[in-house]
Design a protein around this ligand. Structure first.
Ligand SMILES: [Zn+2]
Length: 588
């Protein structure tokens, strides 16, 4: 749900969430002056190119060009949209958002925040019970499942004892009965008696993407019914819109999520350091969850149990996910019952191989592509074959590829050889792209920028000047006395200059983090503004930069004039050029 937040609120949230504090819980950084440096959480690297400026409250990565404010950082790191991020940071800093909610919204928000508190207190209670005297059988059960203490802590697993101990505990903590009932951890029966919902069960807290405990899943110890019991839907818990494990899985570097059947499957995969696993919350996959998956990663590997029920669920999930245009792959478990069993029998490496090689639902893709074209029209048929060829080129096994080629050949009457040569062409294109990407990844930023050194120089000068303008009003004045906005490169750079101009002309001073926060291209702006250039004499530096930019601008004008036949080319131009170089700068 998109929501409008006023600028003052955005400002308040950024002021109360110091970027260094926030980023430090994701990246370990070394400080030098006002700049901190560490390994980028958004791309794989061995030497640090991720920087945070504590005075500008911005971050920027020279390796992957990711950058922005604390808001952009959380959007990326936690995979949240803007509204979710504002809420997340507001909660983190205890900023009350209820004044921005619509009618009745404030009340729900208030109830929700109480439920979070009750859930959090309940989770602590369950955890303490697990490691106390009543939790012995539960501990034995978890040891039997080979779960380590570290994993138990990571997921906050607990134990709900017999009796009404939780209710007593929550009352003692000062929560009123009505709120406790609304949270779903207790049940009120027809006679009006209130008692604990979970008894003699191992408890799995369900945590949303903003790290709130929204509910619980409880597995019975022994043979009781039902085997699994979940919190009911509450103001804080909507089963259709959440997935177990998503709080971890959303921010892994994998391109996909692994969809497994239950909580214990997610947890045992984590035990094996496979952290992209999620599970539904005691129900079959819902369309809302399919959309959620699409938003988070866009690709899913289904690893349901190998029994009949699991296979049926797989089929249903494929249909739902494919309907949302999620790329679906299915993991074949062979002789094993579930992912845990698979890893125990064949090892973690074999499972990871399966993850990489799991089959894409190619038939589904073919039918999707087919829908777009009218195959009785020759032109469209050709487009159809070309698009299919690009898909077939992605299939790794040549045998599998051949199967699909001959299938399409039969259906369309186009010879298998023609399709194959189209596939080969597509393969060559993909290969070139991969090589190009590999080149880009290894080439340093400098190398790429230096392809056109002259242009790169002037652009760098413009960026440096903008940086200085943003922190010094006198430099701004110096700039407008010597340059016009036309002298700045069209696009981001000129727009930023104009924005700074508007701010200064209105009598205000620029607040760089607010400029970045409101930009649609936050990373680009952050790149320009974040750097604390180690310049001792900023005025002098600005003067030089203005000189360089003015000279280039005048040269450009001259070349344009010559091109437009306004002044004769040849000797005169060369003289002018020499004159300009001597007069305005010493740049070669
Ligand atoms: Zn990076």
């Amino acid at each position: 749900m998109a929501q409008f937040f006023p600028e003052t609120l955005i400002q308040e949230i950024m002021d109360k969430n110091d970027i260094v504090d926030v980023v430090s819980s994701y990246v370990s950084m070394k400080r030098s002056g006002t700049t901190l440096k560490g390994l980028c959480p958004f791309h794989k690297e061995k030497t640090p190119s991720f920087t945070v400026s504590s005075d500008k409250q911005l971050y920027y990565c020279f390796g992957c060009s990711n950058g922005g404010t604390v808001i952009n950082f959380i959007m990326q790191a936690e995979n949240l949209d803007f509204t979710e991020t504002v809420k997340y940071l507001a909660e983190r800093a205890n900023v009350d958002l209820s004044r921005f909610e619509g009618d009745g919204g404030a009340e729900t928000t208030h109830l929700r925040s109480i439920i979070y508190k009750i859930n959090s207190e309940s989770a602590k209670f369950f955890y303490n019970c697990l490691f106390g005297e009543p939790g012995q059988a539960a501990r034995e059960y978890l040891i039997g499942r080979e779960l380590s203490k570290g994993i138990i802590n990571k997921f906050g697993i607990g134990y709900a004892p017999e009796g009404n101990l939780l209710l007593a505990h929550l009352r003692q903590q000062g929560f009123d009965d009505n709120s406790i009932i609304q949270s779903g951890v207790v049940v009120k029966n027809d006679e009006g008696n209130v008692y604990d919902r979970f008894r003699n069960r191992v408890i799995f807290p369900i945590i949303d993407r903003r790290k709130n405990i929204i509910g619980f899943g409880g597995r019975v110890l022994g043979d009781g019914i039902p085997k699994y019991l979940n919190s009911p839907e509450t103001a804080a818990f909507n089963k259709s819109y959440n997935l177990f494990g998503l709080n971890f899985a959303k921010s892994t570097k994998d391109d996909y999520l692994i969809l497994v059947e239950g909580y214990t499957d997610v947890i045992s995969l984590h035990q094996n350091k496979i952290t992209s696993a999620v599970a539904t919350l005691g129900t079959a996959l819902t369309p809302e969850q399919a959309r959620l998956i699409k938003r988070i990663k866009g690709e899913v590997v289904i690893a349901y149990d190998s029994d009949e029920a699991g296979q049926k669920a797989t089929k249903r999930a494929i249909e739902l996910l494919a309907g949302e245009d999620v790329v679906v792959r299915v993991l074949t478990m062979g002789d094993c019952k579930d992912p845990d069993d698979y890893i125990k029998k064949h090892g973690k490496g074999a499972f990871e191989n399966q993850l990489i090689n799991a089959k894409v639902q190619i038939e589904y893709k073919i039918s999707k592509i087919q829908e777009k074209y009218n195959l009785s029209n020759i032109d469209e048929k050709v487009k159809y074959i070309n698009e299919l060829a690009a898909e077939f080129a992605k299939i790794k096994s040549p045998v599998e590829r051949e199967v699909y080629i001959s299938k399409i050949s039969d259906e369309t009457g186009v010879s298998a050889d023609s399709i194959l040569s189209e596939v080969k062409r597509s393969l060559a294109v993909t290969e070139r792209k991969t090589k190009m990407e590999a080149f880009k990844a290894t080439a340093s930023v400098g190398v790429i920028k230096n392809i056109n050194p002259k242009k790169a120089n002037v652009i760098r000068a413009q960026k440096q000047l903008l940086n200085l303008i943003s922190i010094d009003k006198n430099i701004y004045k110096m700039t407008i006395n010597n340059l016009s906005d036309d002298d700045f490169e069209e696009g981001t750079i000129r727009d930023l200059f104009n924005e700074l101009k508007i701010i200064y002309e209105s009598g205000a001073l620029p607040e760089v983090k607010l400029i970045v926060a409101q930009a649609s291209n936050a990373a680009e702006i952050a790149e320009i503004l974040h750097d604390n250039q180690n310049i001792t004499d900023k005025q002098l530096a600005a003067k030089e930069l203005i000189g360089l930019i003015a000279k280039e601008a005048r040269l450009k004008q001259m070349f344009k004039a010559v091109k437009d036949d306004e002044i004769p080319s040849g000797q005169k131009l060369l003289e002018l050029d020499r004159y300009l170089r001597k007069e305005v700068g010493n740049d070669k």
